[in-house]
Design a protein around this ligand. Structure first.
Ligand SMILES: Cc1cc2nc3c(=O)[nH]c(=O)nc-3n(C[C@H](O)[C@H](O)[C@H](O)COP(=O)(O)O)c2cc1C
Length: 220
Protein backbone atom coordinates (compact mmCIF):
# COMPACT_ATOMS: atom_id res chain seq x y z
CA UNK A 1 0.00 0.00 0.00
CA UNK A 2 1.43 3.39 -0.98
CA UNK A 3 2.06 5.96 1.76
CA UNK A 4 -0.69 8.56 1.76
CA UNK A 5 -0.73 11.95 3.37
CA UNK A 6 -3.78 13.70 2.05
CA UNK A 7 -6.80 13.29 4.38
CA UNK A 8 -9.33 12.52 1.65
CA UNK A 9 -6.94 10.05 0.04
CA UNK A 10 -6.26 8.46 3.42
CA UNK A 11 -9.95 7.93 4.18
CA UNK A 12 -10.56 6.58 0.68
CA UNK A 13 -7.49 4.33 0.83
CA UNK A 14 -8.46 2.50 4.05
CA UNK A 15 -10.32 -0.69 3.50
CA UNK A 16 -10.45 -4.06 5.22
CA UNK A 17 -7.44 -6.30 4.61
CA UNK A 18 -8.25 -10.00 4.64
CA UNK A 19 -4.84 -11.48 3.78
CA UNK A 20 -1.62 -10.28 5.36
CA UNK A 21 2.02 -10.82 4.49
CA UNK A 22 4.24 -12.65 6.96
CA UNK A 23 6.11 -9.44 7.70
CA UNK A 24 6.29 -7.85 11.17
CA UNK A 25 4.84 -4.44 11.96
CA UNK A 26 7.69 -2.08 12.90
CA UNK A 27 7.36 -1.06 16.55
CA UNK A 28 8.01 2.62 15.69
CA UNK A 29 5.02 2.74 13.29
CA UNK A 30 2.79 1.07 15.84
CA UNK A 31 3.93 3.47 18.57
CA UNK A 32 3.28 6.53 16.39
CA UNK A 33 -0.18 5.25 15.44
CA UNK A 34 -1.11 4.49 19.04
CA UNK A 35 0.03 7.98 20.11
CA UNK A 36 -2.15 9.58 17.44
CA UNK A 37 -5.18 7.44 18.27
CA UNK A 38 -4.99 8.63 21.89
CA UNK A 39 -6.12 12.04 20.54
CA UNK A 40 -9.60 10.67 19.76
CA UNK A 41 -12.47 12.51 21.47
CA UNK A 42 -14.47 10.81 24.20
CA UNK A 43 -17.41 11.41 26.52
CA UNK A 44 -16.06 13.47 29.50
CA UNK A 45 -12.60 12.58 28.19
CA UNK A 46 -12.86 9.19 29.91
CA UNK A 47 -10.85 7.58 27.07
CA UNK A 48 -12.73 4.31 27.49
CA UNK A 49 -10.78 2.27 24.92
CA UNK A 50 -8.78 -0.63 26.20
CA UNK A 51 -6.70 -2.34 23.53
CA UNK A 52 -4.76 -5.55 24.12
CA UNK A 53 -2.24 -6.41 21.43
CA UNK A 54 -0.42 -9.68 20.78
CA UNK A 55 2.36 -10.76 18.43
CA UNK A 56 4.62 -13.79 18.01
CA UNK A 57 3.98 -16.76 20.34
CA UNK A 58 1.06 -15.09 22.17
CA UNK A 59 -0.63 -14.24 18.87
CA UNK A 60 -0.23 -17.84 17.71
CA UNK A 61 -1.61 -19.24 20.97
CA UNK A 62 -4.65 -16.97 20.70
CA UNK A 63 -5.39 -17.82 17.07
CA UNK A 64 -4.95 -21.57 17.70
CA UNK A 65 -7.32 -21.41 20.68
CA UNK A 66 -9.89 -19.48 18.59
CA UNK A 67 -9.61 -21.92 15.68
CA UNK A 68 -10.05 -24.82 18.11
CA UNK A 69 -13.14 -23.16 19.60
CA UNK A 70 -14.56 -22.41 16.14
CA UNK A 71 -14.16 -26.08 15.17
CA UNK A 72 -16.52 -27.17 17.96
CA UNK A 73 -19.15 -24.42 18.31
CA UNK A 74 -20.60 -21.40 16.53
CA UNK A 75 -19.51 -17.94 17.71
CA UNK A 76 -21.83 -16.11 20.09
CA UNK A 77 -22.52 -12.97 18.07
CA UNK A 78 -25.88 -11.15 18.38
CA UNK A 79 -27.81 -11.60 15.11
CA UNK A 80 -28.51 -8.60 12.90
CA UNK A 81 -32.13 -7.38 12.94
CA UNK A 82 -33.99 -8.63 9.85
CA UNK A 83 -34.11 -5.18 8.23
CA UNK A 84 -30.30 -5.03 8.18
CA UNK A 85 -29.57 -8.59 7.06
CA UNK A 86 -29.51 -7.71 3.35
CA UNK A 87 -26.36 -5.64 3.91
CA UNK A 88 -24.49 -8.74 5.06
CA UNK A 89 -25.79 -10.75 2.10
CA UNK A 90 -24.66 -8.02 -0.29
CA UNK A 91 -21.21 -7.91 1.32
CA UNK A 92 -20.97 -11.72 1.16
CA UNK A 93 -21.91 -11.69 -2.54
CA UNK A 94 -19.31 -9.00 -3.27
CA UNK A 95 -16.52 -10.35 -1.05
CA UNK A 96 -16.83 -14.13 -1.12
CA UNK A 97 -18.71 -14.50 -4.42
CA UNK A 98 -17.39 -11.94 -6.89
CA UNK A 99 -13.95 -11.18 -5.44
CA UNK A 100 -12.87 -14.47 -3.85
CA UNK A 101 -14.73 -16.66 -6.36
CA UNK A 102 -16.43 -18.84 -3.73
CA UNK A 103 -19.87 -19.87 -5.00
CA UNK A 104 -22.85 -19.34 -2.69
CA UNK A 105 -23.60 -23.07 -2.57
CA UNK A 106 -19.95 -23.95 -1.85
CA UNK A 107 -20.58 -24.45 1.87
CA UNK A 108 -17.10 -25.83 2.61
CA UNK A 109 -15.41 -22.95 0.74
CA UNK A 110 -17.47 -20.33 2.57
CA UNK A 111 -16.85 -22.00 5.94
CA UNK A 112 -13.08 -22.10 5.29
CA UNK A 113 -13.13 -18.40 4.34
CA UNK A 114 -15.05 -17.51 7.51
CA UNK A 115 -12.64 -19.58 9.62
CA UNK A 116 -9.78 -17.35 8.44
CA UNK A 117 -11.27 -14.65 10.71
CA UNK A 118 -9.92 -16.62 13.67
CA UNK A 119 -6.40 -16.56 12.30
CA UNK A 120 -6.85 -12.77 11.94
CA UNK A 121 -6.30 -13.37 8.21
CA UNK A 122 -2.62 -14.12 8.90
CA UNK A 123 -1.92 -10.71 10.51
CA UNK A 124 1.31 -10.71 12.54
CA UNK A 125 -0.10 -8.17 15.01
CA UNK A 126 -3.54 -8.79 16.47
CA UNK A 127 -5.62 -6.84 18.93
CA UNK A 128 -8.75 -7.03 21.01
CA UNK A 129 -10.73 -3.87 21.72
CA UNK A 130 -12.49 -3.71 25.09
CA UNK A 131 -14.44 -1.28 27.22
CA UNK A 132 -15.48 -1.38 30.89
CA UNK A 133 -18.83 -3.17 31.15
CA UNK A 134 -20.41 -0.37 33.23
CA UNK A 135 -19.93 2.18 30.45
CA UNK A 136 -22.66 2.73 27.89
CA UNK A 137 -23.49 3.61 24.26
CA UNK A 138 -21.85 7.10 24.26
CA UNK A 139 -18.64 5.47 25.48
CA UNK A 140 -18.73 2.76 22.83
CA UNK A 141 -18.99 5.64 20.32
CA UNK A 142 -15.78 7.01 21.84
CA UNK A 143 -14.11 3.61 21.42
CA UNK A 144 -15.21 3.58 17.78
CA UNK A 145 -13.73 7.02 17.22
CA UNK A 146 -10.48 5.79 18.76
CA UNK A 147 -10.46 2.73 16.55
CA UNK A 148 -11.06 4.66 13.32
CA UNK A 149 -8.30 7.11 14.26
CA UNK A 150 -5.98 4.16 14.85
CA UNK A 151 -6.94 2.52 11.54
CA UNK A 152 -6.30 5.74 9.64
CA UNK A 153 -2.95 6.28 11.35
CA UNK A 154 -1.90 2.74 10.47
CA UNK A 155 -3.13 3.22 6.90
CA UNK A 156 -0.98 6.34 6.63
CA UNK A 157 2.03 4.20 7.49
CA UNK A 158 1.20 1.75 4.70
CA UNK A 159 -0.33 -0.86 6.99
CA UNK A 160 -3.50 -2.86 6.39
CA UNK A 161 -6.16 -3.50 9.04
CA UNK A 162 -9.40 -5.37 9.59
CA UNK A 163 -11.83 -4.84 12.46
CA UNK A 164 -13.37 -8.18 13.44
CA UNK A 165 -16.51 -8.64 15.52
CA UNK A 166 -16.10 -12.38 14.85
CA UNK A 167 -13.34 -12.48 17.46
CA UNK A 168 -15.81 -11.33 20.13
CA UNK A 169 -17.83 -14.47 19.39
CA UNK A 170 -15.60 -16.51 21.69
CA UNK A 171 -15.15 -14.09 24.63
CA UNK A 172 -14.05 -16.75 27.14
CA UNK A 173 -11.21 -17.87 24.83
CA UNK A 174 -10.03 -14.31 24.20
CA UNK A 175 -10.26 -13.48 27.91
CA UNK A 176 -8.23 -16.52 28.92
CA UNK A 177 -5.52 -16.23 26.25
CA UNK A 178 -4.99 -12.47 26.69
CA UNK A 179 -5.58 -12.29 30.45
CA UNK A 180 -8.41 -9.77 30.12
CA UNK A 181 -10.12 -8.75 33.37
CA UNK A 182 -13.74 -9.81 33.91
CA UNK A 183 -15.02 -6.21 34.06
CA UNK A 184 -13.87 -5.58 30.49
CA UNK A 185 -16.42 -6.07 27.72
CA UNK A 186 -14.83 -7.60 24.62
CA UNK A 187 -16.08 -5.51 21.68
CA UNK A 188 -14.10 -6.69 18.67
CA UNK A 189 -10.76 -7.81 17.32
CA UNK A 190 -8.41 -5.94 15.01
CA UNK A 191 -5.89 -7.43 12.59
CA UNK A 192 -2.85 -5.32 11.68
CA UNK A 193 -0.04 -5.93 9.20
CA UNK A 194 1.09 -5.47 5.62
CA UNK A 195 -1.61 -6.33 3.09
CA UNK A 196 -0.83 -9.09 0.58
CA UNK A 197 -1.03 -7.16 -2.71
CA UNK A 198 -1.73 -10.36 -4.70
CA UNK A 199 -5.01 -11.07 -2.86
CA UNK A 200 -7.83 -9.45 -4.91
CA UNK A 201 -10.14 -8.96 -1.90
CA UNK A 202 -7.57 -6.61 -0.38
CA UNK A 203 -8.32 -4.19 -3.23
CA UNK A 204 -12.06 -4.30 -2.70
CA UNK A 205 -13.78 -1.04 -1.80
CA UNK A 206 -17.33 -2.05 -1.05
CA UNK A 207 -20.37 -0.03 -2.04
CA UNK A 208 -21.74 2.61 0.33
CA UNK A 209 -25.20 4.13 0.63
CA UNK A 210 -25.87 7.52 -0.90
CA UNK A 211 -25.50 10.17 1.84
CA UNK A 212 -29.29 10.86 1.84
CA UNK A 213 -29.91 7.28 3.02
CA UNK A 214 -28.08 7.98 6.28
CA UNK A 215 -28.37 11.74 6.82
CA UNK A 216 -31.42 13.96 7.24
CA UNK A 217 -31.16 17.74 7.14
CA UNK A 218 -34.17 19.71 8.44
CA UNK A 219 -34.28 23.32 7.31
CA UNK A 220 -37.60 24.59 8.63
C1 LIG B 1 -17.35 -3.27 14.23
C2 LIG B 1 -16.89 -3.97 12.97
C3 LIG B 1 -16.85 -5.35 12.96
C4 LIG B 1 -16.39 -6.05 11.81
N1 LIG B 1 -16.28 -7.42 11.84
C5 LIG B 1 -15.75 -8.07 10.79
C6 LIG B 1 -15.49 -9.47 10.86
O1 LIG B 1 -15.75 -10.13 11.86
N2 LIG B 1 -14.93 -10.06 9.77
C7 LIG B 1 -14.61 -9.36 8.64
O2 LIG B 1 -14.11 -9.97 7.69
N3 LIG B 1 -14.84 -8.03 8.55
C8 LIG B 1 -15.37 -7.37 9.60
N4 LIG B 1 -15.55 -6.01 9.56
C9 LIG B 1 -15.21 -5.28 8.33
C10 LIG B 1 -16.47 -4.83 7.58
O3 LIG B 1 -17.00 -5.91 6.86
C11 LIG B 1 -16.07 -3.68 6.65
O4 LIG B 1 -15.61 -2.59 7.42
C12 LIG B 1 -17.23 -3.18 5.77
O5 LIG B 1 -17.69 -4.21 4.94
C13 LIG B 1 -16.77 -2.00 4.92
O6 LIG B 1 -15.64 -2.38 4.14
P1 LIG B 1 -14.23 -1.65 4.26
O7 LIG B 1 -13.75 -1.76 5.68
O8 LIG B 1 -13.35 -2.44 3.32
O9 LIG B 1 -14.41 -0.23 3.85
C14 LIG B 1 -16.00 -5.31 10.67
C15 LIG B 1 -16.03 -3.91 10.70
C16 LIG B 1 -16.45 -3.25 11.85
C17 LIG B 1 -16.43 -1.74 11.89
Amino acid sequence: MAQVHDFEQLVRERNSTRKFLDKPVPQSLLDKSLELAQLAPSNSNVQPWHLILATDARRNRLTQALLDAASVSDPNIPPLPDTYKHFRSELGRELYGKTMGIARDDKAGRAAAVLRNYDFFGAPLVGVVCMHHELGPPDSMSVGMYLQTLLLALTEHGLGTCVEVSIAGYPEVVRRELEIEDEMLILCGVAIGYADPTFPANKLHVHRNAVEKNVVIHRN
